[in-house]
Design a protein around this ligand. Structure first.
Ligand code: ZN
Length: 493
């Protein structure tokens, strides 16, 4: 009984709190919105060429940001006298060079046209010869036992982009290669275009010898017809409740090679020194990079300017720095990290954790800022990473003090793996992304459908900065909380 009453009271209090927040109209900070717009207008101008790593656009972007940060009063945060401000990151881009798949049955070669097959590797060269084929069903499902999988090529029916998770699981489970039959809505061209974007890695990372092969449904159907089978038959078998992986009477040889180019790029790292740096640091992150030119003529505008993604994030990061530089000195250092290579697979954030300017265990909290110019002022805050770190209680306390509502929903976590915070979480750094952009998924999804990673993500009338300005103010309060060693002690590790 007691508990129930307490629950009711709590519920009523929450209702009152929500009502009082809703009743106060959002206060617009016009000067702050203008400052954000000024940064975004420069960074997303055609002159910056879409901020592609290793290009003149990178030089301009980093020169602009470093100049701003220096004027604000930040110090270099690289902790490397040989590379002040700009931490070098070397990327390797691997472009497919050759691809071949040869199918045989009882020693007889079965013809598959070259334009109906594609073999890819993330390494320099990968090869399997005359491997037996094991049909493992659709994209989803368990991985067969290693003894059944080892030395075989796993054959799967395509289930869209999410197939990559199963492909990786099958390779990890002992498969020599994964052969995907594209019988759904993806074409070989789409697979190849997507892979081109994913073909980047840090130069310091060993490249794997994984092998991913693709064949069109029509070509594979012709092979199966000669065996009295069909792709439709495979699909029916895979859909059956009692489906078990089984061998197909085929052997396949696969080979892929790649050509590598090296890209020299940089993370920008600044620091606002604390009074007691031995108590740790707070890390703020926003990626500066984007795609450069991303459309082909006859399109009139071919540059992906990335106004929202992520000129808006580095603009917010810069204005947070300005405001924090004016508050009484905090206990902890605040590290400002503008990452490269986010769009190529969170590579700049990964480089930061590989070669950090401070022990990673010293980072008390990390806040990533990505794609924030979405929602108007007065939107609740969404937390990407809610429930995944020890930061939630502190975030809630700051939100109460700031009279901000936090969206209680798992929806923002759909973006968890798609942002730099994910690379930090892999190293147990408590990292979240808090923004009004993730507090109302309707406008965010509309942006994703219309402008995301397209030349239309540019400065244009209606660019909404109300939420981004409120995000700036909220992060100032958030950093002051987490940089206070009495409020948030350094956890023992
Ligand atoms: Zn992006």
């Amino acid at each position: 009984m007691k508990r129930r009453i307490r629950t009711t009271n709590g519920w009523l209090l929450a209702l009152f709190a929500a009502a009082s927040i809703a009743a106060s109209p959002p206060r617009r900070d016009n000067a702050l919105e203008a400052a954000l717009l000024a940064h975004i207008t420069v960074l997303a101008s055609d002159d910056y060429g879409g901020r592609e790593p290793g290009t003149e656009g990178e030089t301009k972007t980093l020169r602009y940001l470093a100049h701003q940060w220096f004027d604000i009063g930040l110090e270099s945060g690289t902790n490397d006298p040989a590379h002040e401000w700009f931490a070098p990151v070397t990327l390797v881009a691997r472009v497919p060079a050759s691809s071949s798949a040869a199918f045989t049955r009882k020693g007889r070669r079965l013809y598959v046209p070259a334009d109906a097959q594609l073999v890819l590797t993330s390494g320099e060269r990968a090869l399997v010869e005359n491997a037996p084929v094991l049909f493992v069903g659709k994209g989803a499902g368990a991985v067969p036992a290693r003894a059944d999988m080892a030395g075989r090529v796993a054959l799967i029916l395509d289930g869209g982009i999410d197939n990559s998770i199963r492909q990786n699981a099958l390779l990890a489970g002992g498969a020599s290669a994964v052969l995907t039959v594209l019988d759904g809505d993806r074409t070989l061209e789409q697979v190849s275009a997507r892979r081109r974007r994913l073909g980047y890695a840090l130069a310091s990372d060993a490249t794997g010898g994984d092998l991913d092969a693709f064949v069109t449904g029509a070509a594979f159907d012709r092979i199966l017809t000669g065996m009295g089978q069909s792709v439709a038959g495979l699909r029916r078998a895979a859909a059956a409740a009692d489906f078990v992986p089984h061998p197909i009477d085929l052997a396949v040889s696969l080979e892929a090679t790649t050509r590598a180019t090296t890209i020299k790029t940089h993370n920008l790292i600044g620091r606002l020194p604390g009074r007691r740096p031995e108590t740790g640091a707070v890390l703020l992150v926003a990626h500066w990079d984007h795609f450069g030119t991303c459309a082909q003529p006859p399109a009139e505008h071919t540059i992906c300017n990335g106004a929202v993604d992520n000129a808006s994030g580095v603009a917010v990061l810069t204005e947070i720095a300005r405001r924090l530089s004016r508050v009484p000195q905090m206990d902890r250092d605040v590290i400002f990290l503008a990452t490269t290579g986010e769009e190529l697979g969170l590579l700049g954030a990964q480089a930061f954790t590989d070669n950090p300017p401070l022990p990673l265990t010293q980072i008390v909290a990390a806040f990533n800022i990505d794609t924030v110019a979405i929602n108007p002022a007065g939107t609740p805050l969404g937390v990407v990473g809610q429930g995944r770190t020890t930061l939630d209680a502190g975030i809630a306390a700051v939100a109460r003090a700031q009279r901000r509502q936090i969206l209680q929903s798992d929806a923002p976590n759909a973006y968890l793996r798609r942002q730099d915070g994910w690379a930090l979480l892999q190293h147990d750094i408590p990292a979240v992304m808090i923004s009004s952009a993730y507090g109302n998924m309707t406008r965010l999804e509309a942006y994703m459908d219309k402008d995301y990673h397209r030349p239309s993500d540019q400065v244009k009338p209606g660019l909404e900065l109300g939420g981004a300005a409120e995000d700036t103010v909220f992060h100032v309060a958030l950093v002051r909380w987490f940089a206070d060693s009495r409020k948030v002690p350094l956890p023992r590790k």
